[in-house]
Design a protein around this ligand. Structure first.
Ligand SMILES: C[S@@+](CC[C@H](N)C(=O)[O-])C[C@H]1O[C@@H](n2cnc3c(N)ncnc32)[C@H](O)[C@@H]1O
Length: 254
């Protein structure tokens, strides 16, 4: 399997030289409601017992930290640095390098989670590749859970979110800005600014991510093309005092 670097993919700084800030960002507790929601959907739709879960684009393993209470986790990610974070957090889970568009582990799982990492698919061909990967790794009666972090329908132009984190003598303010420069294409920008204060020194770092942005029917079309019947669910949560709704799809492998 190849890493982002070996594939000559330019990883965002958050997943390369700034990956050390990931554990200092959102508290693990913040991932609990999300993990409970995925677990509930998997249990609702899966046929037969569910023991194993493949997390495609597992990042630093914060969701896995909660999911491992109910499932035996295997995580795949394209960033070596994020996998190191995940391994440090969840020494009892299995983590492997790979690209969620093309990885082939040659084994099947009871459930596959396709969550925030799928935001990095910038055209519908790549979206389809991810769903085909998920299908290839599911047993019959197993469930794929897909989270669409952003859709054209729910997108808030120029949205700014500010949060704080830190630990071990470091204080970090995280500023996120989402912007769709051209509504006619399928991408948007996520600009991250990190204000880092450490040992009396101030550093400001900038990290620009390119994300995919599709209408909901494009998500359902690509899921259907991969051979699934998507069931739509809304995950409603509160972030920084504001109510947010995220679209999820539960998809059983027939
Ligand atoms: C926001 S992080 C995921 C965080 C994760 N849900 C957690 O609980 O810690 C997004 C991840 O997507 C990964 N990613 C982006 N493109 C990918 C690809 N093509 N294949 C695998 N992972 C990818 C990045 O390396 C990054 O670790």
């Amino acid at each position: 399997m190849l890493t982002g670097d070996q594939l000559n993919v330019n990883l965002p700084r958050l997943y390369s030289d700034l990956a050390w800030v990931w554990p200092l960002w959102e508290e693990l507790d913040q991932y609990r409601p999300d993990a409970d929601f995925y677990t509930e959907l998997i249990r609702k739709y899966a046929r037969g017992q569910v023991n194993t879960l493949l997390d495609l684009g597992c990042g630093g393993g914060k969701a896995d930290y909660h999911l491992k209470e109910n499932f035996k986790i295997t995580g795949v990610d394209i960033s070596l640095a994020m996998l190191e974070n995940a391994r440090r957090l969840n020494g009892d889970c299995e983590y492997m390098l790979g690209d969620m568009r093309s990885v082939r582990l040659e084994r099947v799982f009871d459930a596959v989670l396709v969550n925030d990492a799928v935001s990095y698919m910038t055209d519908k061909v790549q979206l389809g590749q991810v769903f085909a990967t998920a299908r290839r790794h599911l047993r019959r009666g197993g469930v794929m859970i897909v989270g669409a972090d952003h859709t054209k329908e729910s997108f808030i132009q120029n949205e700014i979110t500010v949060s704080k984190g830190g630990g071990d003598g470091v204080e970090i303010t995280f500023i996120e800005n989402l912007y769709d420069a051209n509504p006619a294409d399928t991408i948007c920008e996520l600009l991250l600014i990190f204000i880092i204060r450490q040992s009396g020194k101030l550093r400001v770092e900038k990290d620009l991510h390119t994300l995919g942005l599709f209408e909901e029917p494009v998500w359902t079309e690509q899921i259907q093309n991969a051979g699934f019947k998507p069931r739509r669910h809304l995950f409603i949560t509160e972030e920084a005092g504001a109510k947010r709704e995220y679209t999820f799809f539960a998809c059983v492998r027939d």
